[in-house]
Design a protein around this ligand. Structure first.
Ligand code: GDP
Ligand code: IMO
Ligand code: MG
Length: 425
């Protein structure tokens, strides 16, 4: 294994946590390079369930280094809680096994307040964000008013930046959003406490990664969200505020494109989405309800029910192109047992024309009709199968058809949440 990037190929929650946990056994370093605690990555090892929001999904393996790189936005309070709960279970006992970039931006209390207040005011036009302050934190980063870990460590800088920002944010909160103002003193004392707890992990992670890759260490980059939530390539404006595509790893982790060897896309054997926005293959009926129940499709971050629908090959083919996927991992194949026929969307139709890419116009994307083909289903449960040959013929045919439609080789099939419930090809 060289350097591998793992990304979501749909609208998030594809099972990245499970796949990264599995691949981490063969890696030395696991890196989050964008996003924040909007992510919820679920790992099931034995009967123990772990949900991670910020710490990379390699943490359950001894001897790995976990890196939270500069492209992320970090809520220090959530990170401290996550570290403490992992430490109680015996993980991260060596502080050098976690590294936080000095360039990573801090999510501040006003970011969360602004995120929530804007969503409330948007009413039915809301984006359906996770309410974690992600968008407002990235806005400040791009507006060059963000506060980074390196600023938090320099108390003089931190005080000055907080004071300057709070003057503007309080005005915005009070006069535009009609919300309560925030106290600078309170934020200052809380964040200085966070600095005392997290300061030991803060370092130049780009330099660390450069050296690690140079020494031949195997580095795994863990994407969050999915291609369709990418701020440039997703269903804008119903997207998150970072680049979720594999290209984001270079800016987000500070490595050269020449350092990436493989890109694995994760997708479910069907499709889900949390939050608002277009979803052409959505099943707003009993079958959608069945997928939600059988697949336990409830958000790992917010607990919201996920919207469910058929596999959309237009989406995954676009993800293959934008990410340069070298392999596809298909998760949750077990959830489709007992559904017959199984439909797959191979193209969209709009205004009498058929096409096979995701349109940028949001009105068009909201109105496209999926062009389906039907494939035979199977009845057998799949959770105990570990080899491709053991899969029912119809399941193998389904996988093969997804390979054809997406133009990507399948390298892994997941048949259950457990680490071992995996077929590697
Ligand atoms: P992530 O955000 O991409 O890491 O995905 P989430 O963890 O938010 O959601 C995926 C959910 O599916 C989690 O509850 C996993 O435990 C579960 N899961 C992953 N792979 C499989 C699988 O092959 N079959 C089933 N039934 N569940 C799976
Ligand atoms: P993982 O890493 C699924 C969605 C939200 C909303 C939109 C914007 O677990 O796959 P944000 O809070 O980022 O401003 O919300 O993006 N979203 C996710 N959906 N999985 C995620 O992460 C998500 N992170 C954000 O529901 O529609
Ligand atoms: Mg998730």
């Amino acid at each position: 294994m060289g350097t591998i990037v793992v990304v979501g190929a749909q609208w998030g929650d594809e099972g990245k946590g499970k796949v990264v946990d599995l691949l981490a056994s063969e890696a030395d370093v696991v890196v989050r390079f964008h996003g924040g605690n909007n992510a919820g990555h679920t790992l099931m090892v034995g009967s123990e369930l772990t949900v991670l929001h910020l710490v990379p999904s390699g943490v359950l393996h001894a001897g790995k280094v976990c890196v939270i790189a500069g492209g992320t936005v970090v809520d220090p309070e959530v990170l401290i809680e996550e570290i403490e709960s992992l430490r109680k279970r015996g993980f991260l006992s060596d502080p050098s096994s976690l590294k936080i970039s000095e360039q990573a931006h801090l999510i501040m209390p006003y970011h969360k307040a602004i995120d929530l207040a804007r969503e409330k005011r948007r009413g039915s036009g809301k984006i359906g964000t996770t309410g974690r302050g992600i968008g407002p934190a990235y806005e400040d980063k791009v507006a060059r008013t963000g506060i980074r870990f390196v600023d938090l460590i320099d108390e003089t800088l931190f005080r000055a930046k907080l004071e300057r920002n709070l003057r503007e944010k309080n005005l915005y909160l009070r006069c535009v959003l009609e919300e309560k103002e925030m106290s600078g003193e309170e934020i200052l004392s809380r964040y200085l406490r966070f600095r005392d707890l997290l300061g030991q992990y803060v370092t130049d992670t780009a330099l660390y990664l450069h050296r690690a890759i140079g020494e031949g260490k195997r580095v795994l980059f863990e994407g969050a969200q999915g291609m369709m939530l990418d701020v440039d390539h997703g269903t804008y404006p119903f997207v998150t505020s970072s680049n979720t595509v594999a290209g984001g790893v270079c800016a987000g982790a500070g490595i050269s494109p020449r350092m990436v060897d493989e890109v694995i896309g994760i997708c479910k054997a069907y499709t889900t989405r949390v939050g608002s926005g277009p979803f052409p293959t959505e099943l707003d009926n009993e079958l959608g309800e069945r997928l939600r129940e059988e697949g336990r499709e409830f958000g790992s971050t917010t607990g919201r029910p996920r919207r469910c629908g058929w596999f959309d090959a237009v989406v995954v083919r676009q993800a293959a192109r934008l990410n340069g996927l070298t392999g596809l991992a298909i998760t949750k194949l077990d959830v489709l047992s007992g559904i017959d026929p199984i439909r797959v969307c191979r193209a969209y139709r709009y205004d009498g024309a058929e096409f096979a890419h995701v349109p940028a116009n949001e009105r068009v994307m909201a109105a496209v009709e999926p062009v389906f083909e039907d494939l035979p289903g199977w009845k057998e449960p799949l959770g105990d199968l570990r080899r491709l040959e053991e899969l029912p013929a119809a399941a193998r045919r389904y996988i093969h058809r997804l390979e054809e439609l997406t133009g990507t080789r399948v390298c892994m099939i997941s048949v259950g949440a457990g680490r071992e419930q995996t077929i590697r090809l």
